[in-house]
Design a protein around this ligand. Structure first.
Ligand code: GAL
Length: 673
């Protein structure tokens, strides 16, 4: 476990670099990421390459015993390139092209932009091939940031038509798969199908879904172009990309097939403000504004560990206050160190901070850094240095791996988000309901794709797995049959892979194994009653309700309010050596906890005590981090392990590491603390 930092040598006079790099090394930093937006400095005029300044910066990094991570600079095509090829610009759905003057203004499908990207990457890779100070590369920067995965230009229209032709072969097959008999939407040729621009009413859901799949695939292809060229130049380099938190439009599993591992950019106080399952900023209070929500950040760590299939990186970690919207409170003392450890506990091998020094010009002068703009250390620097030294004191650890998996399916998310049926039906929030409940019990949860090997897990949770093709249904049924504990939640297996309701009621191909069908569904506005009983207790739920018709399955939860009063809400059935459970409501915390505990018990997994709010136990290869996101202290009983970092009293916004398993650790709110 190591630390890194993002540095922009092009922003500082050459005579400052030495001092900066020397101080990085003093702070224990081992990786320095550079060059993601520096195309105009690498090629100030077409065909005039200037890489020597970057080579000097790389040398300096190497001379100080650190590694450089370089980036392909394609997130910011320079002005001359945009003027020469104005068609490379993305277009919004109404056809408005994006202007030069910020970043990410290019289209992934522009043949000209692909050619220009190839040219600069080849030159750059060639210049640095064999340079031992360059450990690896980041492709581009945050694909899709600023709502740029989906473009609506002519190049995308042609590429979309090609994608459809390759997917469906004939237009009749497309008409049939989509169901274009609805509202006279049948096509007579692929050339008639446009990208979905503005329309009076909503778009055909399957057309939207395929467009979303196509847009994500376009990024996958564009990323592959980078990865292939870099590997051709030097196959010792790693290639990664920095993804974003709770990000919808890009399938990170698909992109990462061409990468060595995934990285993501973690800004806890920004993501906490953006997540729909945290209180609105005005109600959030100091804990959230100054420390963030451990499960918002934690679930993204788990996601990118799953995407990587092992250790991942934080390429940009919040280093101080941020230019977040709407508010940007300074993190509390201790948070930079705590976030760093939290990431490592979840399997980050490198935590790299954004950025070394606050910039004196441009759009991000209000974005904090490890150093202030006058070069003096800012609040985070010492904490980052402490974390680096503490990592050195801990052994090398393998990435965590859990016995419980939560399935992540981007297709289902795209389908659900195009037909939410409730303003607050957010896929990541729904997943997080279950993630939080497990984490509250100290359980390690892997977030994996639907192509994962389910048999590696004692329990598999499929939250709102809306689109289920027959082969996936067969694998899920076989998993339960073979002894697995499968938990399906609202809106799961409702549609086939073409976003169409099936002939049989949900959960369609899994209904027989479940011994129940979903007869009705409704979305519920906050003013309506939402009560349900489960194993003798009454609980609340939110947003969505279904009622089930049992046919062999056991009713374990019933509605106690509204039109569904008395109807089955949760059904469980034995299937072979395992069980299927279907939860037909979106549970509030208490019910989510009860469901998760029952699942863990049936799966014969340890059930930890329910942790105090905002305290989390995270186990990595036999070591458990106790991360205290509260303002007050907690005390721990380390079980069979001993405290190897910190103390048995863990102050607020602090941590301890125990060399023992999470489920043995007791945590109490510290009355003396
Ligand atoms: C990230 C981005 C960085 C920088 C940072 C702060 O999203 O990758 O380049 O913009 O946010 O704004």
């Amino acid at each position: 476990m190591q630390t890194g930092v993002c540095y922009f040598p092009e922003h500082w006079p050459r005579e400052r670099w030495e001092a900066d790099v020397e101080r990085m090394a003093e702070a224990g930093i081992e990786y320095v990421r550079m060059s993601e937006f520096a195309w105009n400095r690498m090629e100030p005029e077409p065909g005039e390459y200037e890489f020597e300044w970057l080579a000097e910066a790389v040398d300096l990094v190497g001379e100080h015993g650190m590694n450089a991570v370089l980036c392909t600079p394609t997130a910011t095509p320079p002005k001359w390139l945009v003027d020469e090829y104005p068609g490379i610009r993305q277009e919004r759905p109404d056809g408005t092209p994006l202007e030069f003057g910020s970043r990410r203004h290019y289209c992934f499908n522009s043949p000209e932009y692909r050619r220009e990207s190839r040219r600069i990457i080849e030159r750059l890779a060639d210049r640095f091939a064999g340079n031992e100070a360059v450990a690896g590369w980041q492709t581009d920067n945050e694909f899709g940031c600023h709502d740029t995965v989906r473009c609506y230009c002519d190049d995308c229209t042609s590429a979309f038509r090609t994608w459809l032709r390759e997917t469906y072969d004939s237009v009749d097959a497309l008409n049939d798969a989509w169901g274009n008999a609805f509202w006279s939407q049948e096509y007579t040729g692929f050339a008639e199908v446009d990208v979905p621009g503005p329309t009076p009413a909503e778009h055909h859901p399957t057309r939207l879904l395929d467009y979303h799949r196509f847009a994500s695939d376009s990024v996958v292809e564009y990323n592959r172009l980078h990865a292939d060229l870099l590997r051709e130049a030097d196959d010792e380099w790693f290639v990664t990309h920095n993804f974003m938190g709770d990000f919808e439009p890009l399938d990170a599993f698909d992109v990462t097939e061409d990468l060595d591992f995934a990285a993501w950019d973690s800004y806890p106080t920004l993501h906490t403000q953006q997540a729909p399952d945290t209180p609105a900023p005005e109600d959030a209070g100091a804990d959230l504004h100054r420390a963030g929500d451990p499960d918002v950040t934690g679930m993204n760590h788990a996601l990118y560990r799953g995407v990587s299939g092992g250790p991942f990186w934080i390429m940009e970690n919040q280093a101080g206050d941020i230019r977040a919207f709407p508010y940007s409170a300074e993190p509390d003392d201790g948070m930079i160190r705590l976030w760093t450890h939290q990431a490592a506990a979840h399997g980050a091998d490198v935590v790299s901070y954004f950025r070394w020094r606050r910039c004196q010009f441009g759009q991000e002068q209000y974005w904090g850094a490890l150093n202030n703009y006058d070069g003096s250390p800012d609040r985070g620097l010492e904490e980052a240095a402490d974390a680096a030294a503490e990592f050195d004191s801990l052994p090398d650890l393998d990435a965590p791996s859990g016995d419980v998996a939560i399935l992540v399916d981007y297709d289902s998310m795209w389908a659900l988000h195009s037909e939410r049926h409730a303003p607050d039906f957010d896929y990541w929030s729904h997943l997080r309901t279950y993630y939080r409940a497990f984490r509250r019990r100290g359980t390690t949860v892997d977030l994996v794709s639907t192509s994962a090997d389910f048999d590696e897990y004692a329990a598999v949770v499929a939250p709102s797995l809306h689109l289920v093709a027959d082969d996936l249904a067969d694998r899920l049924a076989a998993y339960a049959e073979g002894g697995g504990e499968l938990l399906l939640t609202v809106r799961s297996a409702t549609k086939d892979e073409n976003h169409r309701l099936r002939d049989e009621l949900a959960p369609g191909p899994l209904a027989d194994a479940l011994g129940a069908r979903v007869e009705q569904h409704e979305s519920l506005s906050p003013g309506l009653e939402t009560r349900v009983s489960y194993e003798g207790e009454t609980y609340d739920y939110r947003t969505w309700a279904e009622w089930l018709r049992p046919d062999g399955g056991t009713v374990v939860g019933r509605h106690e309010s509204g039109a569904a009063d008395g109807e089955p809400a949760i059904v469980r059935n034995a299937s072979g050596d395992g069980h299927l459970t279907y939860v037909g409501v979106w549970p509030e915390d208490g019910l989510a906890d009860a469901i998760v505990v029952a699942l863990l018990e049936r799966a014969a997994l340890p059930v930890g005590e329910r942790l105090p709010d905002r305290v989390r136990l995270t186990e990595r290869d036999g070591h458990t981090w106790v991360t205290n996101f509260r303002a007050d202290a907690v005390s721990i009983d380390p079980g069979s392990g001993s405290v190897v970092l910190g103390d048995e009293s863990v102050p607020g916004r602090d941590l301890a590491v125990v060399d023992g398993p999470a489920h043995e650790i007791g945590v109490g709110v510290d009355v003396d603390g």
